[in-house]
Design a protein around this ligand. Structure first.
Ligand code: HEM
Length: 127
């Protein structure tokens, strides 16, 4: 298996990941029905996001947390959803890649997911 080392690799990873996501019973509806994602716009953002994280090329400009608050208001984003997100991300990486960047992509996603889950839960608390 190959290393995760180029923009093309990231594109393959992200595309394969969202193919799983949109078919998934637990989280697919967030993308298909709640946010009604424009994939032509969303996918390039995700390529840049991961390129920035893994290769330090700061092509992603945005606030990855902020976009999730309005979704969380429409439909609570809970721990079970984040667990599924991570499960599919890990699976997609392990099916396609090996090496340090592959491990980092899993590790970073787990940390962001944990923080995001916490922030979404706090945002739902009254007061
Ligand atoms: C249950 C978990 C999650 C759900 C349901 C979810 C859903 C979404 C949706 C619907 C969008 C907006 C797409 C649009 O523009 O219409 C989005 C954007 C995004 N998500 Fe998530 N997400 C989840 C977890 C994560 C995690 C764990 C990460 C990071 C590791 C992440 C990173 C991003 C980024 C970078 C964007 C693009 C932000 C921008 O527009 O600049 N998401 N997500």
């Amino acid at each position: 298996m190959k290393k995760l080392e180029s923009r093309e690799d990231i594109e393959l990873l992200v595309n394969s990941f969202y193919q799983k996501v949109i078919k998934d019973e637990t989280i697919g509806f967030f993308f298909n029905d709640i946010a009604k994602v424009n994939w032509d716009k969303h996918l390039p953002k995700m390529y840049s996001f991961w390129e920035s994280i893994l290769f330090g090329q700061m092509t992603y400009k945005g606030n990855p947390m902020a976009v999730h608050f309005p979704i969380n208001e429409m439909e609570a984003m809970e721990m079970k959803h984040f667990e599924k997100w991570i499960e599919l991300w890990k699976k997609t990486i392990e099916e396609n890649f090996v090496g340090e960047n592959a491990d980092t992509a899993i590790y970073k996603a787990e940390n962001i997911a944990r923080l995001m889950a916490y922030k979404m839960e706090m945002a739902r608390k009254p007061g």
